[in-house]
Design a protein around this ligand. Structure first.
Ligand code: FES
Length: 102
């Protein structure tokens, strides 16, 4: 059942990324110039935390083997990743950031 989860307050958002867990699954919320975007934090290639990689032009680069993903969509852009990561709707209400999970 999809549900909106309150992740953090905008005021408390530190830096460009905030990682939280939902049922043990890490999800990263990124702050880009045009808003907030949420994608799975685990790389689709192997076990690595994407949020520990470099952000550039709306892309995140996996710190382990360098695959790049589109932060806005989760789409895999470069090898060795051949699968996307899941993306999640994000909304801001009354200064709080919510992510829709299922
Ligand atoms: S674990 Fe991310 S590219 Fe290999």
């Amino acid at each position: 059942m999809p549900q909106w989860i309150k992740v953090t307050a905008e005021d408390a958002f530190d830096g460009n990324v905030h990682v939280f867990e939902h049922e043990g699954w890490p999800i990263a919320v990124y702050r880009l110039e045009d808003g907030y975007f949420a994608i799975d934090d685990t790389c689709s290639h192997e076990e690595a935390s994407l949020s520990e990689g470099e952000i550039e032009d709306g892309k995140i680069e996996c710190p382990l083997h360098g695959a790049q993903f589109d932060i806005r969509t989760g789409k895999n852009l470069t090898l060795p990743a051949v699968l996307p990561v899941r993306n999640y709707p994000v909304k801001v209400e009354n200064g709080d950031i919510f992510v829709k999970v299922s």
